[in-house]
Design a protein around this ligand. Structure first.
Ligand SMILES: [Zn+2]
Length: 281
């Protein structure tokens, strides 16, 4: 049975094309160290081709002077990138760089929602090095709307999308052994003028490195914002790590009194005492 139809409404929230900002993030952050200068010899001359600025130029023209060496660090004369020199004659069968990153956007259809794309990206230098482009493959998609969140994962081999039972981070699942990044600046843009803007997300990048667990929590429980502001972040941390909060927090409560199961005066007292409260008492 195909689930494709169920997913159409979900996909509608996502941008149709990759943004320039996303591609720039991959180039300038994720693959900053994946810049090479491929050198080749023509008679007594050596030419280098930079995979970043895509320019080829003379790097040595003197007889007896060997020019740049394989695996040497260097700075491209044209774009000033730090590059690693690679001799074009040496095997490149292992020269493939890959990474995973999470990129946030506003929903295309719901002004109160944000979406995130989990992207596996590759720069493959094994073939013709004059034709290297970064290849992007979306492997996870997240939708965070006030009240609910959803995640679709791509079945890598079958190329199908299926719904995850709960929100998970690929940082510690399918991409556990890859270099992983969060595009922090994309979060700032995506949450602006949405209910997630003041959710205090910036305080939880250590506990939720790609923030998907955090936004899952913030989508379901808006009290996250004032719990953080009241100094009760340990409850949120516990929830992010999947620990029990022992019923101390009524996560679905509609007011601070209901969330904390305290009276107004008790909350006032707690605030003025500067007491730090944690789930373990
Ligand atoms: Zn260059």
């Amino acid at each position: 049975m195909s689930k494709t139809n169920n997913h159409q409404e979900f996909f509608a929230h996502f941008p149709q094309t990759a943004s320039h900002a996303m591609v720039d993030f991959a180039t300038d952050t994720v693959f900053l160290s994946s810049r090479y200068l491929f050198v080749r010899r023509v008679g007594s001359m050596q030419f280098g081709y930079c995979t970043h600025c895509k320019q080829e130029y003379l790097t040595s023209s003197l007889n007896g002077k060997l020019g740049l060496k394989h695996n040497q660090d260097w700075q491209c004369l044209k774009c000033k990138s730090l590059v690693i020199v690679k001799a074009s004659g040496i095997s490149r069968k292992r020269l493939i760089d890959d990474a995973y990153f999470v990129w946030y956007e506003k929903s295309a259809i719901n002004p109160k929602a944000v979406v995130a794309l989990g992207i596996y990206a590759v720069r493959d230098y094994r073939g013709d090095y004059y034709k290297i482009e970064t290849e992007f493959k979306t492997v996870a998609m997240y939708l965070f709307e006030p009240g609910k969140s959803r995640m679709l994962r791509r079945d890598y081999w079958a190329e199908r999308w299926y719904e995850a039972k709960s929100i998970i981070s690929e940082f510690d699942h399918s991409m556990k052994h890859k270099r992983c990044y969060l595009a922090l600046e994309s979060v700032v843009q995506a949450v602006r003028r949405t209910p997630f803007q003041y959710s205090t997300w910036g305080e939880y990048t250590r506990q939720s490195p790609d923030l998907v667990k955090f936004f899952d929590l913030a989508a379901k429980y808006p009290c996250v914002e004032y719990l953080t502001k009241l100094g009760l972040r340990s409850f949120i941390e516990a929830k992010l790590y999947g620990y029990n909060t022992y019923g101390a927090i009524n996560w679905r409560g509609k007011s601070i009194e209901k969330v904390l199961r305290l009276s107004k005066s008790e909350i006032k007292e707690m605030r003025s005492s500067g007491l730090i409260v944690n789930p373990h008492g």
